[in-house]
Design a protein around this ligand. Structure first.
Ligand code: F6P
Length: 366
């Protein structure tokens, strides 16, 4: 029976448990044996009890739980070849030559590298006498499939990453809560949201909550932003608004870009408009809590598709990543998606913001 490993890697996101549940049950349904790799790549490197066979009942109740119940870690050892060598050995000892990984672009790039290196890793293990030629013979090719789990929605090639809509919902709830207290005191609030180098969460949250102004990394403030922001806030106040909400993406404060910080925005509102203004950093609240219905749905369907992709994969096919475009679950080329994601980051670094915005919109087919 084919053994399929499933793991969650990088920062957790809502919906990762849905992926594990879906992969475990679909694997069993397809006559395979699923294995959970606990603690991300660390589980592969440590082996032993961190690689555990999963039965149908082991994932009962997973769908509605936040975080990742099989753990995750940003594992530095796996990013070096010696770490990957041990990981390959542990997999062969468990009879696993297929991996489904749910994580961000860094975790998925690591997986793709592992796959391309696999034959040379096996050869090295045989040469060193760690494994015999007979032991590695049945596992000549490593099959990998990626699923994008991240609250940031920062992967090109997919309309939504698993977790981004739950996080957006959480942010909106929190901003609504701040609204109440802000309106009571006629205060201003500058609310910092996560997203790493991607402004999706901030932009969507600002539209969904009717915020007064938003800062995102893809379109940093132009010189004179203070005047523009103050003029907008003043006109909103004149129309009767009792509170001011400014949303700032953590990535918009990247010091390599136009230097802008939440504190600076607070100061502008306080000094120029004499607004009693506070800063609120939402932090990891955005990553916790129940997955939304959308993430339960997305993780389930994508988990099913990931198992199908593994069963269809051949050594000559590029590593797939499961995406969603225009509401259709699809298989895309992992390397291309990662490449496009990186070119957005590069465009932002080079301050070519128009290109970054354009690349974020690019649709491409496998
Ligand atoms: O990638 C998800 C994310 O939550 C980002 O939005 C944020 O920048 C980062 O992870 C925080 O990482 P950590 O949990 O390691 O502090």
């Amino acid at each position: 029976k084919k053994r399929i490993g499933v793991m969650t890697s990088g920062g957790d996101s809502q919906g990762m448990n849905g992926v594990v549940r879906s992969v475990v049950r679909m694997s069993i349904h397809m006559g395979c044996e699923p294995y959970a790799i606990y603690e991300g790549y660390d589980g592969l490197v440590q082996g032993g009890d961190l690689i555990k066979q999963m039965k149908w009942d082991d994932v009962r109740g997973f769908l509605s739980r936040g975080g990742t119940l099989i753990g995750t870690k940003r594992c530095m050892e796996f990013y070096e070849r010696p770490g990957r060598l041990v990981a390959a050995k542990n997999m062969i000892l468990k009879g696993i030559d297929a991996l489904i990984i749910c994580g961000g672009d860094g975790s998925l790039t690591g997986a793709d590298k592992f796959r391309s290196e696999w034959p040379s890793l096996l050869q090295e293990l045989v040469e060193k006498g760690d494994l015999t030629q007979e032991a590695v013979e049945p596992y000549k090719h490593l099959n990998i499939c990626g699923l994008v789990g991240s609250i940031d929605n920062d992967m090109s090639g997919t309309d939504a990453t698993i977790g981004c809509f739950s996080s957006l919902e959480r942010i909106c709830e929190m901003v609504d809560a701040v609204f109440d207290t802000a309106a009571s005191h006629k205060r201003g609030f500058v609310i910092e949201v996560m997203g790493r180098h991607c402004g999706w969460l901030a932009l969507m949250a600002s539209i969904a909550t009717g915020a007064d102004y938003v800062f995102i990394p893809e379109k940093p403030p132009a010189p004179g932003w203070e005047d523009e922001m103050c003029q907008i806030v003043t006109s909103h106040r004149e129309w009767g608004k009792r509170r001011t909400i400014i949303i700032i993406s953590e990535g918009a404060q990247d010091t390599e870009l136009e230097k802008i910080t939440a504190d600076q925005v607070v100061k502008v509102l306080t000094d120029r408009l004499k607004l009693d203004t506070r800063k609120t950093v939402l932090g990891h609240i955005q990553r916790g809590g129940l997955p939304s219905y959308y993430d339960r749905w997305l993780s389930t369907l994508q988990g099913v598709e990931a198992v199908n992709a593994i069963l269809d994969s051949t050594p000559d096919k590029p590593t797939p990543v499961i995406t969603i475009r225009e509401n259709k679950i699809e298989r895309s080329n992992l390397e291309e998606c990662v490449k496009l994601t990186k070119s957005v980051a590069t465009a932002i670094k080079e301050k070519n913001f128009e290109k970054a915005m354009h690349l974020r919109d690019v649709e491409f087919k496998e």
